[in-house]
Ligand binder design. Sequence first.
Ligand SMILES: [Zn+2]
Length: 444
Amino acid sequence: MLDLAIVNAALPSRQGYWDIGIVDEKIAYIRPATSSLHPPSQDLSTESGLHSNDSSPSNGQPNGQPNDSVQTTLDARGHLVIPGLADAHFHLDKVSLLRRCVPKRGDFKEAMEVTLAAKREFTLPDIQARASRHIEQAIAFGTSFMRSHVEVDPTIRLLALEALLPLRDRYAWGIDIQLAVFAQEGITHDSEIPDLLRQAMAAGGDVIGSAPYVDASPAENIRTIFDIAEEFDCDVDFHLDFLDDDKPLLAPVVIEETQRRGWQGRVCLGHMTKLAALSPEELQAIAKQLAEAGISVLALPASDLYMMARQDSHNVRRGVAPVHTLAAHGVNVGLATNNVQNLFTPFGDGDLLKICTLLAQVLHLGNVSQHHLCLEMATQSAAQAMGIKHYGLTVGHSADLVILGAETVSEAVGSAPIERTILKKGRIVAQNKLERQFFVPSEA
Ligand SMILES: [Zn+2]
């Protein structure tokens, strides 16, 4: 017996309308829609009608198919169904800090200094309260997978990890969270830090990473992270080639270590803003090496637009990794949120589709195939960057799906619609509807 069926769905890479059947948390079939489609309502608040078979459909729409064998049928009415969003780079431990950390200059140096001071005051309930609010928000937006970096250093030690490990389990009904143990403050200046990172991995960290650009010995920092990755057989995630100073790229060091250790397909690089400053020839050369090493690159446009090019007095550069060009050279690329409502990014609500819209605007990605690339960067290729198996709109894969209040990929990327119905492992876990009222004056 089917647990749930979605009927009359538009899908990102297929023509026509489709029915999706779900059994035991997985996609059991994807086949051409069997009912005549009633066009999407102009009033999106009534879309994606939710029908349970023990009651008649309240809006009079047919249920789509004879379904005595289906427990629940969702009529997508021509709206787009996408795989659950994958936010591959986030910071749950320092989300929503603006009430206690008010930006003055708003630059990277201030963000590092003020956030380090704030970390000294973090408590376990404080981290859990901020992170829980954000996780719930992310689930409601349709984020089905998230990789959160978790700071581990002599200031905060394992406190953030201890706060977030229980949340990874508590919210498994709505989201798969990976915790990436993260040396934000450097490694090589303090011999205790590698031990702390190892303790964090032993305590349950999923991924290991650092920000080598803050370290006086970035190559040694990178090698230490790979050493730990080998010991714990885990993926690697660096904040890399961030800022727009004149220091040389660190990507070649990561590429070399990835090849040397056989870590192809297991390394992800976030920011990579310096790539925006390369000539087309230089970019092509590094892209080829990244592709060969199976290294994924994530653009973090909300943070990078805010932090980059602060020394420019006019005609200010953008400083966002040219992921579309990397993709054209075969690199697996994604986009992610990074920070929300803190000194690194005093904006945002954690909706990855809005980051899609932002990236499309910033990188001039305006045509239909480019919109498809943007959506892939928030779904399929972001999931690949996170090493997630059995992801996506494929029979046998986990039924992590979002029915969007949009009919096409371009609409979804262009408008990040509010209306969404979220399924995790075939279960409806959230639904968002827009309630709008007009108060028209009587003389009109
Ligand atoms: Zn980050």
